[in-house]
Design a protein around this ligand. Sequence first.
Ligand code: CIR
Length: 253
Amino acid sequence: MFTQAIVKTPCKSMVNGITQAGLGTPDYELALVQHKAYIKALETCGLKVTILAPDDNFPDSTFIEDACLITPRCAILTRPGANSRRKEPFHISKAIHKLDLPVETIRSPGTIDAGDIMMVGDHYYIGLSDRTSTNGAEQMIEILNKYGLTGSTIELKTMLHLKTGISYLENNTLLAFGEFLQKKELQKFNILRVDDNESYAANSVWINDIVIVPDGFSRTAEMISKKKYEIIAVDVSEFRKLDGGLSCLSLRF
Ligand code: CIR
């Protein structure tokens, strides 16, 4: 059960964000409209949403999920793998320190994007990716252990982040695509297999038995809804142009 979320309004410089998508430059005004609809969806799921101001110094900073992991027992400011994003955690730390939780920090030389971290109860799966190093993952696991939580790593081959290709929908159910379908450490879950042509929808978000899915991926939405979840579809086309998905746009706790 989540009660809160933190989001960060997209900044004008988002048009200079990192991307491999090849889908063109995002339309800033449309991104703002979509971001508002995303906030509304979080509120519909029952969350109180804190909205942080945009920061033009960090084009990718609206993808706030990468800058911090918030667990029920502590918050951990990350050290993002991309140079242009390295200082994002520092710039949200004031908001994180306002939460009633101890705050920890990942230190050099480790790097970790929290988009590489998937929570399953008290256990946290950490993707080793171009952004998340073994040292970053080890530091994270050590911090989790300190608070009675556990972590383990999963090697990524092609995806940007772990949650680009999988989402945990609670009830032992995993939405998954591509390289993750065969991972032996994930076989204990009931896997909902996302079609190749709907791969973007593998990044969906469970919040209090509602699943927010990206708009335009009807087969995935239907597959999830057959499992008795309520669905909210949100159009995030402008964030997709920067390789960002639904989960990247918020911290949920
Ligand atoms: C980046 O490459 O860092 C951003 N353009 C997209 C980050 C997406 N975040 C995520 O998947 N957790």
